[in-house]
Write a protein that binds this ligand. Structure first.
Ligand code: TIU
Length: 237
């Protein structure tokens, strides 16, 4: 006797998955799930970039690279939609609010010439995604002027046209661009699964609390799991 509940009619046993996430298991379908990798750019992860100029120790973010690489490979093998984002601005900086340009009273700030070219400017070396996670030609790269990946980008259009319902999130930094994007996605009706070892912060306490905040209150913003469990679900091991 087939399961005739309304939701069950849509379930394809070949592509449906369950991941033992927190705060409770999450069901998703490979055909309606996207992996979004947030801002894994040289400016945030390598010495001499914007992250370091803000006074941060970039080595704290680098532990996210290998697990994210593993998830990226599993997502590609599972046929997921893969989208990369980058934070940065037009060379004329007209898409950067003056508040953002002035913030921090930095000697070297957005648009200034740093060791990897002009900081957080599109087309510069530091703005590039780190080589370990280089996008494939068929993977969209969404350039965003803000912290959230939905703000003034075509991300929602891409997701709608691919019928995406669930987003698996990796990237940096946990409490800044990852959180902003998860919150934006949540309000737009997407289910978010944040991979705790694939998101990183310059502040260990913000990493811990940032993860707690997503899954608290019954998953107020979404679900959390580690990369191994996510990969197992994608591969259905
Ligand atoms: N400074 C910091 O933690 N993050 C950012 O400025 N951008 C992102 O998180 N991508």
């Amino acid at each position: 006797m087939p399961d005739m509940r309304p939701d069950a009619l849509d379930v394809d046993p070949e592509t449906s998955r369950i991941v033992e996430a927190e705060p409770y298991p999450l069901s998703f379908d490979l055909s309606t799930t996207a992996l979004i990798i947030i801002d894994m750019q040289r400016d945030f992860l390598e010495p001499g970039g914007f992250g370091e100029l803000l006074g941060n120790d970039v080595s704290l973010l680098r532990s996210t690279i290998q697990p994210t690489k593993d998830v990226l490979e599993a997502a590609r093998s599972a046929g997921l939609t893969v989208i990369h984002t980058r934070e940065g601005h037009r060379p004329d900086l007209m898409d950067a609010p003056s508040s953002k340009l002035a913030r921090g009273n930095l000697d070297l700030g957005i648009g200034d010439e740093g060791p990897m070219g002009r900081i957080l400017v599109r087309g510069e070396e530091g703005h590039n995604i780190i080589p370990e996670l280089a996008p494939l030609a068929n993977e969209p790269v969404v350039d965003k002027p803000g912290k959230g990946a939905f703000f003034e980008t075509d991300l929602q259009l891409l997701l709608q046209n691919k019928n995406i319902e669930t987003i698996i999130i990796c990237g940096v930094t946990t409490e800044v661009c990852v959180h902003t994007t998860v919150r934006e996605a949540n309000d737009r009706g997407y289910e978010c699964l944040v991979l705790e070892d694939c998101v990183g912060s310059y502040f260990p306490e913000f990493q811990r609390i940032g993860i707690e905040m997503i899954k608290a209150q019954g998953g107020i913003f979404g679900w959390v799991v580690n990369s191994n469990s996510a990969i197992s679900a994608l591969e259905r091991k």
